[in-house]
Design a protein around this ligand. Structure first.
Ligand code: UTP
Length: 309
C-alpha cells in the first residue's frame, strides 16, 4: 500500500488584489471570518484530515501569518495572570494545530510556481495542497476522502464541484470519466458514497462553450512528488503565470507507473471563498449564524433587518 498523506502545502503568497484596500497592509488571509483569520480555518481543515505538517507559502510583507501561528508568550502570560482561560485557549489553538513551516515565494509567479516552492519541505512524501483563500465547512470535510483515494491509487486527486454552464469559464474544468469505487486501481478501503472520476484532461478558465464539462476544480488537491518534475517543465501559461492546472493536465496524460493518473471526487458540501468580497460576507454570516454563542441573536437580528429593509 502507498504511504498515508501527512503533509499539507498552503499557498498564501498572492497579492490579494480582489480584496483591496483591506489587503494593502495586512495579508488577505489574515482578514477575520467571525473571530479567526481565514487562514486558520484552512490549517484547521488540514489538521482535521489528519495532516500533521503544514508548509505555508508566503511572501515578503505577509509576516503576520507566521506570527499568528507562533506562540505569544507575553500575551499568554497576561491572560494567564488574569485567569482568562477561555481567551488563553483561543490564543493557543492556532499554535497547536500542526507542525508549521514557511517558505517565501519571491514573486507571485502563479499557483504552480507557489506549489513548486514546497519541494524541499515535503521531502519526497505525497502531500495535500489547500488554497489559502477558501475553506470547506468542518461539517463537510472532504480532504480525508481525497487522501484515501491518493493512498489507494498512488495518483493525484482533485476536488470538483458542479457549476452552472455559464460559470465554468471562471474555473479550471476537467474531462471526467465516471469510475465505480470498486474499479479504482490499487488496494485499500475507501469511504462510502464517493462520486469518483478518472480525469483525462484539464483546461484553465475555458472560453464559454468550449468546456470539457461543468465539473470545476476547487482549491484542494493531493499530489505525489512527480508534480515537481512536471512543474519544472511547465512554462508560463494563462496570464503569464505558471499554472497548476497545466501541470495537472500533463499528469493526467502520464501513465500511472510514471507518477501520472489523476482522479476527482465531487464535493457537494458547504464551501467558503474568502478571496472575494461578496463570498467573504456570505461566509462570515453563515459561520456566525451557525455558532452557539452568536447564532441565535444574529439570526433574530437578520430577520428583523431584512423585514425592515
Ligand atoms: P488567487 O489568484 O485566488 O489569489 O490564488 P491572489 O493572487 O492572492 O488574489 P487576487 O486574484 O490578486 O485577488 C489562489 C491562492 O494561491 C495563492 C494565493 O495567495 C491564494 O491563496 N497564490 C497565488 C500564491 O501563493 N502564489 C501565486 O503566485 C499565486
Amino acid at each position: 500500500m502507498n504511504p498515508p498523506v501527512k503533509k499539507a502545502v498552503i499557498p498564501a503568497a498572492g497579492r490579494g488584489t480582489r480584496f483591496l484596500p483591506a489587503s494593502k497592509a495586512i495579508p488577505k488571509e489574515m482578514i477575520p471570518v467571525v473571530d479567526k483569520p481565514a487562514i486558520q480555518y484552512v490549517v484547521e481543515e488540514a489538521a482535521t484530515a489528519g495532516l500533521t505538517d503544514v508548509c505555508l507559502i508566503t511572501a515578503e510583507g505577509k509576516e503576520a501569518i507566521e506570527a499568528h501561528f507562533a506562540a505569544a508568550p507575553e500575551l499568554e502570560a497576561a491572560l494567564e495572570a488574569k485567569g482568562d482561560t477561555e481567551r488563553l485557549a483561543a490564543v493557543r489553538e492556532a499554535t497547536d494545530l500542526a507542525q508549521m513551516s514557511y517558505v517565501i515565494q519571491d514573486e507571485p509567479k502563479g499557483l504552480g510556481h507557489a506549489v513548486a516552492c514546497a519541494e524541499e519541505a515535503v521531502a519526497g512524501e505525497p502531500f495535500a495542497v489547500l488554497l489559502g483563500d477558501d475553506f470547506l465547512d468542518a461539517r463537510d470535510a472532504a480532504l480525508a476522502d481525497m487522501c484515501a483515494v491518493q493512498q489507494r491509487t498512488g495518483g493525484s486527486v482533485l476536488l470538483l464541484i458542479e457549476v452552472p454552464e455559464d460559470q465554468v469559464h471562471l474555473y479550471g474544468c476537467v474531462d471526467p470519466v465516471a469510475v465505480a469505487p470498486d474499479d479504482l486501481p490499487g488496494e485499500g478501503e475507501l469511504p462510502d458514497g464517493l462520486e469518483l472520476f478518472t480525469i483525462t484532461r484539464l483546461q484553465e478558465k475555458p472560453a464559454p462553450g468550449t468546456q470539457y464539462s461543468n465539473l470545476a476544480v476547487i482549491g484542494r488537491y493531493v499530489f505525489t512528488n512527480t508534480v515537481f518534475d512536471v512543474l519544472r517543465e511547465t512554462g508560463p501559461g494563462r496570464g503569464g503565470e505558471i499554472q497548476l492546472t497545466d501541470a495537472i493536465d500533463t499528469l493526467a496524460a502520464m501513465p500511472v507507473e510514471q507518477g501520472g493518473g489523476v482522479y476527482g471526487i465531487v464535493f457537494r458540501g458547504r464551501r467558503y471563498d474568502t478571496g472575494n468580497k461578496a463570498e467573504y460576507l456570505k461566509a462570515t454570516v453563515q459561520l456566525a449564524a451557525a455558532r452557539d454563542d452568536l447564532g441565535f441573536d444574529l439570526r433574530a437580528w437578520l430577520t428583523e433587518f431584512l423585514a425592515d429593509d
